[in-house]
Design a protein. Structure first.
Length: 475
């Protein structure tokens, strides 16, 4: 329980990472020879070493080339999980984390690694995962990146009240439900980070802070928004939130209720928009709280620009004037710029509210887009759609679990060009293997550093079908 006195725990002198609470987890122990050499980074950013008995160790907060004393906090059958107890020989790529909360907060796990080294690691992860599926890339992945701090335009902060009535506001600890109080966040856009202190003060003044589940902070082009997840109505606190919004020049909304919460603006509803380039000018995309919007505005712009460049007409082949099918289209992040470039776009999304938003965004920008709702996990429905439209190009930007049904359908009924934007490299590798086996070949690849200081990465592949032999024969 938050607020209860806790027994002392041994902590790392390097990253602050400590033993996780788990019934099956033994108390931290020293490695048999007191020190290990870190050989490489695992895909999730942990250092990989070998104990004296040859068992693999995954060491949080450790870097390749370092020699460290470790404490094992979880024992598995084939490997152990550990954290750094003491750094004996640091790597040249180790840096001082820019955030004071690093090591306790679970949001960023690579702040101890220099940014350029983080990005090179992400390139290697993508290449390695594709190679495991038998796919060799034609070139080294390009890199799409922007500023390493102050980039995040939305975030969710947890709210907890402890047994003594103390109010806590912050992010979850890594691998734990415990909440870590934060004062500032270096990766949030500065205008959002500046709200954390005043929000904490307001929470302490509420009559019923226990009724607040979490807060979502959003930065749009012309508005800053705080969405309050409110479990039950409390009118006195509603007035306090409304006054807070007026005092700080922000829009405040209540997401009210438990099972099916409804959104209620405490004042005039703001216009939530962001801008992208398309055609000969800028486009304006509207969204609502709860809609999926990429958190890193600069990297999102770079991804859209990259897809536009990859699909630009070349020597009259596959001109954008032919049908383009955008799957998992959301509010039109790729559909609208490509339509502005001259593509005849059919955009497909599973969420009906997002389809409505896409319709509205097309009208807002004077674009003619066919927007459809469809279950994109239904392989037969996807195959029927592809057969009906016969698109020259397919763009797909699925969630973390990938696009297995879509890729099955596209392997059976190929299209000339396909762009796959992925937020999980493992599912991308799985789906790319199916496509390559179906006769596609990868011609362009890029890594987008959407979440700097974390091990997460976005990836982009351009695949073509029927032009030369597949890159892999063994998938």
């Amino acid at each position: 329980m938050l607020g209860k006195r806790r027994p002392a725990r041994q902590r790392s002198g390097v990253s602050g990472l400590h033993k996780r609470t788990n019934e099956a987890t033994p108390i931290a122990t020293r490695a048999e020879d007191d020190a290990v050499a870190i050989e490489r980074l695992a895909h999730d950013g942990r250092g990989v070493a070998r104990s004296t008995n040859g068992k693999t160790l995954f060491v949080e907060g450790a870097l390749p080339g370092e020699r460290v004393e470790v404490a094992v906090h979880r024992t598995r059958k084939r490997y152990d999980e550990a954290h750094v107890r003491e750094l004996l020989e640091p790597a040249g790529e180790r840096v001082v984390p820019p955030c004071n909360h690093y090591g306790q907060c679970g949001g960023c796990d690579l702040q101890h690694l220099a940014v350029e080294a983080q990005r090179e690691h992400k390139r290697r992860v993508l290449v390695d995962l594709l190679e495991r599926e038998g796919i060799e890339l034609p070139t080294s992945p390009g890199l799409l990146a922007a500023e390493p701090l102050g980039y995040r335009r939305r975030a969710r902060l947890g709210v907890k009240v402890d047994a003594e009535g103390g109010v806590h506001l912050g992010f979850r600890a890594r691998h734990a439900s415990r909440l870590v109080d934060i004062q500032t966040c270096e990766i949030l856009q500065p205008e959002l980070s500046a709200l954390i202190g005043p929000l904490r003060a307001l929470l302490c003044e509420l009559d019923a802070p226990r009724l607040v589940g979490h807060l979502e902070l959003i930065a749009a082009d012309a508005a800053r928004v705080v969405v309050v997840r409110q479990l039950r109505d409390r009118q006195a606190d509603l007035q306090r939130w409304r006054a807070f919004g007026e005092a700080h020049g922000i829009a405040v909304a209540w997401l009210l209720g438990r099972e099916t919460p409804t959104l209620e603006w405490l004042g005039e509803a703001p216009s939530l928009t962001y801008r992208l380039w398309g055609g000969e000018g800028e486009l304006e995309l509207g969204f609502a709280p709860g809609d999926f919007v990429q958190v890193n505005e600069s990297v999102n712009r770079a991804m859209v620009a990259t897809v536009r460049e990859w699909l630009a007409p070349r020597s009259g082949q596959h001109p954008l004037g032919q049908r383009l099918l955008d799957l998992f289209a959301g509010i039109g992040n790729f559909s609208l710029p490509l339509a502005a470039d001259g593509a005849a776009v059919t955009a497909v999304e599973g969420n009906p509210d997002m389809v409505d938003r896409l319709h509205g965004n097309a009208g807002r920008n004077g674009l003619d887009i066919e927007a459809l709702q469809l279950d994109l996990n239904d392989e037969a429905a996807v195959a029927q759609l592809v057969a009906r439209l016969s698109p020259a190009t397919v763009v797909l930007d699925p969630p973390r679990d990938g696009a297995d049904a879509v890729c099955r359908a596209l392997a059976e009924r190929p299209v000339p060009r396909l762009v796959y934007i992925a937020c999980d490299p493992a599912t991308l590798a799985r789906d790319a293997a199916r496509l390559v086996h179906g006769g596609y070949r990868i011609v362009r690849v890029a890594v987008a550093d959407m979440f700097v200081h974390t091990s997460h990465l976005e990836s982009l592949l351009l695949l073509e079908h029927g032009a030369g032999q597949p890159l892999s024969q063994g998938v």
